[in-house]
Design a protein around this ligand. Structure first.
Ligand code: FES
Length: 144
């Protein structure tokens, strides 16, 4: 089947199978920030491309980290400064969710932040560096 969508601001057409996952489609189109993880929809990303059929994106706009490079750089810098990006596998999902959280929650407490990001798992860091980076990132406007 043929679908049409807007991927990171560009109109695209794709010939897909009925069971093609959105994750596979966007990776095929070069969006490698989107990762295959547990495939159980537990990561809590705003759109779970690992369990959404690409056919559902027909006629919609899809944004991956590749489409948010400028916005994502600032938090990525905080992660790097806190040594919170080891293998980096989880970083794109974490960054996407932090950007989504900023749009949804007004002045969240760290408890609300932890709850919002509970599905973002990391095999490497133990989360302390990520939380330090997050706290500094969220407080950056107070310090400016
Ligand atoms: Fe490796 Fe998070 S840095 S999984």
């Amino acid at each position: 089947m043929k679908i049409r969508l807007i991927l990171n601001g560009k109109k695209i057409e794709a010939e897909i199978k009925a069971d093609t996952l959105l994750l596979d489609l966007v990776r095929e189109k070069g969006c490698y920030s989107v990762k295959r993880g547990c495939e159980t929809s537990n990561c809590g990303q705003p759109v779970l491309s690992c369990s959404v059929l690409a056919a559902r994106a027909d006629g919609h706009e899809v944004t991956t980290l590749e489409g948010l490079q400028k916005e994502s750089e600032e938090f990525a810098d905080f992660l790097a400064r806190e040594g919170a990006d080891q293998c980096g596998f989880c970083s794109p999902g974490l960054i996407m969710n932090v950007l989504a959280m900023e749009r949804e929650l007004v002045k969240p407490t760290m408890e609300e932040v932890r709850e919002y990001l509970a599905g973002n798992l990391c095999r490497c860091t133990g989360y302390a560096g990520q939380l330090r980076a997050l706290e500094k990132y969220l407080n950056r406007k107070k310090e400016a």
